[in-house]
Design a protein around this ligand. Structure first.
Ligand SMILES: Cc1cc2nc3c(=O)[nH]c(=O)nc-3n(C[C@H](O)[C@H](O)[C@H](O)COP(=O)(O)OP(=O)(O)OC[C@H]3O[C@@H](n4cnc5c(N)ncnc54)[C@H](O)[C@@H]3O)c2cc1C
Length: 439
């Protein structure tokens, strides 16, 4: 272990998403040469209207963005964020429950990408657009790119998102894990489009007189009008006064069926059929995925960001990607030997992120009721500290590794408490029942 910062030669980063760029800016002092490879064209990469969901940065992420000197520029384009509204059907009637947040701001991915890109250019780090990685030699530490040829590396970061090519190559070469234990599981599909914020749409979803637009998230349009029907809106100001609608749906629902469902629900709220059709046609589709990787590293290669732990959550991913890059910088600062640094990072931050990913997967499947109940109950008794939804990543003192470790411990305590209490009550009931029969 070495406490003085060792300067290595080459860092190659595959993927220039937010996490790839944050990592480049954080690690540039540790390497003589940093190279970012980006598959997309520069124009696509900076897509002017590329937003779907708002990003709310956690205090821990903000601190890292401040360290790399980009927070002020990102924050200058903030959007006010007013909280969350839940439109729920109860006994055939729709009610809206709101949770207002003050002093919280949201950002759009394209703004974040543009500002990080400016900072990367200012730092003199080259991004090679339209790059095509042909192979990564994990034994000899060479990455072959179609135009640049062989790129030797001391460290290669796979920051290439949830459909990571680096993860696939690492999985094929990994001696300890079968390739199929590195999984990308499709959860749901989504379709997003935007409509002007006016008339009945504005009244219903954008706060009426308050004149701000909002983000509408429908997770079960197909269930309308059942009692389970629910819409979540994030109340915020968008770049323009409009409402963005994101519909999460089962892959079994075809695009044409989805449009019929959409028309039947939103048709009466949008000015005209033509307007709704035009907005729908301009929309775009995507998927929510869960990534499972039993290890994030091999030799001199590390997966980071969505490539390592992509999952479907409300903006947690970008925060976890940014904070994990911060953790990695700290670990690297303590080691002269890169594989040793990767080992330590994987055993600490990696383990925490994998447990978070598993929790988040259950949350997306709505299979955490018992966990939520137990920990809430234990918390009320003062036995556990942590909130089950892990909105704790927005706490001022959030630190990735200790926080998630505590959470794991708290879950075990809380579950044992509830199971113990239930078992005690059942035993008592049986005992009393027997006594009554005996007398
Ligand atoms: C287009 C897009 C829009 C998004 N919009 C939002 C949003 O509005 N709100 C939100 O909260 N989250 C959004 N996300 C998700 C969020 O931005 C990510 O969770 C977060 O950015 C994680 O960052 P990342 O850098 O790990 O991965 P990503 O943001 O996925 O970035 C990965 C990058 O790697 C590039 N890449 C992929 N494969 C290769 C390869 N083989 N070689 C070279 N480059 C490669 C991709 O083009 C991409 O630029 C979006 C993601 C994408 C890709």
């Amino acid at each position: 272990m070495n406490t003085s910062t060792t300067r290595h030669k080459n860092l190659v980063i595959v993927g220039s998403g937010p996490v790839g760029m944050v990592a480049a800016l954080l690690l540039k002092e540790h390497f003589e040469q940093v190279t970012l490879l980006e598959r997309r064209t520069e124009e696509d990469f900076l897509q002017a209207h590329g937003f779907t969901f708002p990003i709310v940065f956690s205090p821990a992420s903000i601190r890292i963005l401040q360290q790399i000197g980009v927070w002020d520029a990102i924050h200058a384009e903030r959007s006010e964020f007013f909280g969350v509204g839940i439109h729920q059907r109860v006994l055939g009637h729709e009610f809206t429950f709101t949770s207002v947040r003050e002093g919280v701001y949201s950002h759009w991915r394209n703004h974040v990408v543009a500002k990080l890109y400016e900072q990367v250019r200012t730092a003199g780090i080259p991004i090679h657009f339209e790059s095509h990685v042909e192979a990564i030699d994990l034994q000899n530490n060479v990455c072959r790119e179609a135009r640049l040829g062989d790129l030797p590396f001391d460290l290669l970061l796979g920051a290439d998102g949830s459909n990571s090519q680096t993860r696939r190559l690492l999985a094929q070469a990994h001696p300890l894990f079968p390739e199929d234990s590195f999984k990308r599981i499709g959860l749901d599909h989504w379709y997003a489009y935007r409509v002007p914020s006016r008339g009945a749409m504005r009244e219903r979803f954008a706060g009426g007189e308050r004149h701000y637009a909002s983000n509408v998230f429908l997770s079960n349009l197909a269930a309308y009008p059942s009692e389970k029907f629910r819409i979540v809106t994030t109340h915020m100001r968008q770049p323009e006064e409009e409402i963005s609608i994101l519909i999460k749906h089962d892959p079994a629902i075809t695009p044409s069926r989805l449009k019929v469902l959409n028309d039947s629900y939103f048709g009466p709220l949008v000015g005209s059929r033509q307007e709704l059709d035009a907005a729908w046609q301009a929309g775009y589709a995507g998927r929510f995925d869960q990534v499972q990787a039993p290890a994030f590293h091999l030799n001199h290669v590390l997966l980071i960001g969505d490539a390592a732990h992509g999952l479907e959550t409300a903006g947690d991913l970008i925060n976890l990607g940014v904070t994990s890059a911060g953790c990695f910088r700290e670990v690297l600062g303590r080691h002269a030997n890169i594989p040793a640094a990767l080992e330590e990072y994987d055993a600490t931050a990696g383990a925490a992120l994998r447990s978070y990913a598993a929790f988040s997967y259950r949350r997306s499947q709505e299979k955490i009721d018992f966990e939520v109940f137990s920990i809430e109950f234990a918390h009320r008794l003062g036995i556990t500290k942590r909130h089950p939804t892990l909105w704790g990543i927005y706490d001022e003192d959030f630190e990735l590794v200790p926080y998630l470790r505590n959470y794991q411990r708290d879950i075990v305590k809380a579950r044992s408490l509830v199971v113990g209490l239930v078992a005690g009550l059942v035993t008592l009931a049986l005992f009393l029942g027997r006594r009554r029969t005996a007398t």
